[in-house]
Ligand binder design. Structure first.
Ligand code: CAA
Length: 701
């Protein structure tokens, strides 16, 4: 018997228990253990077999760390085949999350029962994969083609009750004692002479599928999952489930899985999976760093940002008090929150009565004296250092000892803000991204004097409110916004050199960015960048620098909010439309500056926009602003919609080869000057040594 899978006979029921922490992933040892115990059960006095797991969850999938390594016997299909062909009914008993290969194990069983809190899902698409062990063949047989397509292409888990109504599980058992309930369920099945139900024996009636259904699905997914290759192949597998025999469908699925598992897209997405978990770990913090209790939170400022942050806490049941300068401002803030929740209700993602309950956890005040009992304060007022310092001095006076005082600033010096208090050890940055209730990233900014337990608590609370956290040291713009400088600059420079806005944006959107940089500027407001540039003395004195952005703002074209910017926007649909006026203006401005416009390839657009991200990332690593290259990738994927299928800027750079990136930057330096292109010393060093950022990351701990 293996040490991760055990077997015992309880009455007439054989019980297989998987115990492979943390998540019972299907490592070679687990696969072998299940295979051996299923075979053993075939020979003993058991009349049915329950397959269950110890620890926090049912099997959470294949062991992702084994991907990319030589396959080890037994393969998962062999294990599933042994289960499915067992002459005694095998019953999966699910708690926690039965995901990916784990759910596929359950689907190969003859019956599935689960406790109410369990979830099942096929999240492979999030790793650039498809379910490679029958998931695409069995889910449509049980739940129908449409539901299967939705479940497998979104990768979102389904709660037990819903899975039950979809036909994916047979029984939701009561209480928390799953083992006892599953044994009872199994005994009842035996007593009633229940048949060996094999999902493979179900046939899908192809005539129920509308003609053109799969083509339409492909088109929709190509738009939704730009840059990803897995969704299209998932459609092919489900199509195979309809049109081919089970074994042929399984063969097709296996073939397409093999293509994906060796693809750069999946390697990048697996990198992001581990990078996300790694980013939550602070290198020099002991694992047992004590945590502070966060039972009540205050948000200073009830604007769009403050309101969104308040919602994050309300959503997990933590009471929030919102502070504003007067009652009107408070009422405005509460109105924004109600509006946001109403949209969620309208989308069917929140029941209306739950909305009222959530809103009731957010109260308002105009008096700082009411903040004496809060455990965490997040200041989210506009970007003015003096104002922020004033607020922190007030907080220092009223907050209880040990309360964490955080600023949501995007640019300001967190240490200067901390210095306005007598407790800099309690001060740090919690930088949310707009809209705060939606965007996954939370940059946690560690000040010079921030205490370890304040940091550890922030990481924990960030996870609790559903954010992906990454640690940054203090610098202008922290990790994410600091890196954006060259990206936005080159997007505008490309216009002067001969591109249209649509050409620049479409190159980056084809690469997989959710929105190109110029369209993003229009969305954020071109006046924001304009104002930020006004105070800067470090920018090169070059008339072509940000020329279009500046002129457009001076014409009153501030972006989407004024109906036009780099583009014009349809007043009804808000769809962005190319604007011939802007396109001829670009040509005129280039002519005024005697710039020769030329045809520019998509490849050059990508290099000029993305290489500055990589170069600044290298500087950020050398300066110790980010802990590791993969943290930068996490910031970009979760905060700036950099395509996960490209793995974030640093992983992408490793794929291109750092020497290629370095050489190109040197070439641009020759052409445009050192004021724009100056290779980071770390990039130069690694390029010359033939190393990757990932290698540098592991060498630097
Ligand atoms: N393989 C290897 N390691 C895994 C893993 C997996 N499938 N799933 C989680 N882990 C590791 C994590 O890396 C983490 O390790 P560290 O503690 O060293 O950082 C640890 O398990 C705990 O994971 P989380 O921090 O994510 O724990 P959680 O409780 O927040 O979430 C979970 C648990 C919901 C299971 C989450 O880990 C998860 O979503 N895992 C991935 C599930 C998945 O994608 N499964 C499909 C795999 S592909 C597949 O199965 C292909 C196929 O068809 C055969």
């Amino acid at each position: 018997m293996s040490n991760v899978v055990s077997y015992e006979l309880v009455g007439n029921i054989g019980v297989i228990s998987v115990n492979s922490p943390p998540v019972n992933a299907l490592s070679q040892a687990v696969r072998e253990g299940i295979l051996n115990t299923v075979n053993a059960a075939a020979e003993d006095a058991s009349e049915a077999v329950v397959l269950r797991c110890e620890g926090r969850t049912f099997i959470a999938g294949a062991d992702i760390t084994e991907f990319g390594k030589p396959p080890m016997e037994p393969g998962l299909p062999e294990v599933l085949s042994a289960i499915e062909n067992s002459k005694k009914p095998v019953i999966a008993a699910i708690h926690g999350t039965a995901l990916g290969g784990g759910f596929e194990v359950a689907l190969a069983c003859h019956y599935r029962c689960a406790i109410a809190s369990a979830k099942v899902g096929l999240p492979e698409v999030k790793l650039g994969l498809l379910p490679g062990a029958g998931g695409t063949q069995r889910v449509p047989r049980l739940a129908g083609v449409e539901a299967a397509l939705d479940m497998i292409t979104t990768g979102n888990p389904v709660a037990a009750a819903k899975a039950n109504s979809m036909g994916l599980i047979d029984e939701v058992v009561e209480g928390d004692d799953l083992q006892a309930a599953a044994i009872k369920y199994a005994s009842d099945l035996v007593a009633s002479g229940a048949p060996l139900k094999r999902v493979r024996d179900i046939t899908i009636d192809a005539s129920t599928i509308e003609p053109g259904f799969f083509d339409a699905a492909r088109k929709k997914l190509a738009l939704r999952a730009r840059g990803q290759i897995a969704p299209d192949k998932i459609v092919s597998c489900i199509e195979a489930a309809v049109n081919l025999l089970m074994d042929e469908g399984l063969e097709r699925e296996r073939e397409l899985f093999r293509e994906l598992v060796t693809s750069p897209e999946s390697a990048a997405m697996r990198h992001i999976f581990f990078a996300e978990r790694q980013a939550a770990k602070i290198k020099d913090l002991p694992k047992d760093t004590p945590l502070r209790d966060i039972k009540k939170v205050a948000i200073i400022g009830g604007g769009t940002m403050g309101g969104g942050i308040a919602m994050c806490f309300a959503n997990v049941g933590i009471p929030v008090v919102m502070v504003e300068i007067n009652d009107e401002a408070l009422a405005r803030g509460m109105k924004i929150i109600r509006k946001n929740y109403t949209i969620t209700v309208a989308k069917g993602k929140l029941p209306a009565d739950k909305m009222e309950q959530l809103i009731s956890t957010i109260t308002g005040t105009t008096d700082y004296a009411d903040l004496g009992d809060v455990d965490l304060v997040i200041e989210a007022v506009f970007e003015n250092l003096e104002l922020k310092k004033e607020i922190f001095a007030k907080l220092d006076a009223v907050c209880k000892p040990g309360a964490i005082l955080a600023t949501n600033t995007s640019y300001q010096d967190v240490d200067a803000i901390a210095a306005a208090t007598n407790r800099p050890q309690d001060v740090l940055g919690l930088h949310f991204f707009s809209p705060a209730n939606v965007m996954k990233l939370l940059e946690i900014v560690r000040g010079e004097k921030t205490a370890d337990d304040a940091l550890a608590t922030s990481m924990q609370i960030g996870k609790k409110i559903g954010k992906v956290c990454a640690l940054s040291r203090v610098c202008y713009g922290f990790i994410g916004n600091r890196m954006l400088g060259g990206y936005g600059r080159e997007a505008q420079m490309l216009l002067m050199d001969g591109c249209t806005p649509a050409q620049v944006d479409s190159a980056l959107e084809k690469f997989g960015m959710a929105m190109g940089p110029l369209a993003m500027g229009d969305l954020a407001g071109l006046d924001v960048g304009y104002k930020a540039r006004e105070g800067r003395t470090d920018l090169p004195d070059d008339p072509k620098l940000y020329r279009m952005g500046t002129l457009l703002v001076e014409m009153g074209r501030h972006g989407q909010k004024t109906g036009s910017g780099f583009y014009k926007y349809d007043p009804e649909t808000r769809r962005r439309l190319s604007d011939p006026e802007v396109e001829s203006m670009i040509k005129e401005e280039a002519a005024k500056l005697n710039l020769e416009q030329r045809d520019i390839s998509d490849e050059e657009i990508l290099q000029r926009c993305l290489y500055p991200l990589i170069n600044e990332g290298a500087l950020i690593l050398e300066e110790g602003i980010a802990q590791r290259p993969s943290d930068i990738d996490v910031v970009y994927v979760f905060g700036y919609a950099f395509p996960a299928a490209k793995g974030g800027p640093m992983h992408y750079a490793d794929q291109i080869g750092l020497k290629n990136v370095y050489d190109k930057i040197c070439e641009f330096r020759e052409r445009d000057g050192e004021m724009y292109w100056k290779p980071a010393p770390l990039l130069e060093k690694l390029a010359k040594e033939g190393k990757t950022f990932a290698e540098w990351g592991s060498e630097n701990g």
